[in-house]
Design a protein around this ligand. Structure first.
Ligand code: E4P
Length: 219
């Protein structure tokens, strides 16, 4: 399973990259705003900086909501770097834009997916990735992991090549459950990746190894 980091924070992206576990980055307008990145030139420069750190796909989201705006913005974003994937919201114009980009050979990530029907539409329109939001469904008492399972099954049934990118991942068990189901990618914050490291028996075991080593060396 590929690991994408869901952030626009360059330090977090570098840290995940240095750990050797990073396959790509997803951003969204909220994450860019959180880093204080505003204005077209700054936004474009920031995406380029991200692409220079990571060898992998970098999802950059359009702000426009009409087909023409999405096409204009997406084409500019795609020109920035070969690794840019244009992130398009699941709307009627968004589906048209997915089709347009797929015919032009520009890769896309269809975002804000909350149902299997939406994921089916995105695949039919030729999206490269589809992003179902696991955590946000859990937040409203709906099983986000179940949606990932449904989409993986549907795509396998028909051989769709659209990759299932499990998004809005909030904790390490989400990652493990997505891996068991066969999601192609998960995207989450650095904190979730670091949480995967932890096990109390690892800490206890390491402390014991070091204590025994010290004892033997001193004795
Ligand atoms: C998807 O690509 C989104 O950027 C993201 O995963 C949303 O996560 P959140 O629900 O934690 O904001």
């Amino acid at each position: 399973m590929k690991f994408f980091i869901d952030t626009a924070n360059l330090a977090d992206i570098r840290e995940a990259q240095d750990m050797g576990i990073l396959d790509g980055v997803t951003t969204n307008p909220s994450l860019m705003a959180k880093e204080g990145i505003t204005g077209k030139d700054n936004v474009m420069r920031h995406y380029k900086q991200i692409c220079d750190i990571v060898e992998g796909d970098v999802s950059a989201e359009v702000i426009g909501t009409t087909f023409d705006e999405m096409v204009r913005e997406g084409e500019e974003l795609a020109e920035l770097d070969d690794n840019i994937v244009v992130k398009i919201p699941m709307t009627r114009d968004g589906v048209k834009a997915l089709k347009y980009f797929s015919e032009k050979g520009i890769r896309t990530n269809c975002t804000l997916i909350f149902s299997a029907g939406q994921a089916l539409l995105a695949a039919k329109a030729g999206a490269s990735y589809v992003s179902p939001f696991v955590g946000r469904l859990d937040d409203i008492s709906t099983d986000g992991i179940e949606l990932i399972e449904q989409i993986v099954t549907i795509y396998r049934n028909y051989g769709y090549t659209t990759e299932v990118l499990a998004a809005s991942i909030r904790h390490p068990m989400h990652v493990v459950q997505c891996a068991e189901i066969g999601a192609d990618v998960m995207t989450g914050p650095l904190s979730v990746m670091l949480a995967l490291l932890n096990h109390p028996l690892t800490d206890i075991g390491l402390a014991k190894f070091l204590a025994d080593h010290k004892k033997a060396s001193n004795g």
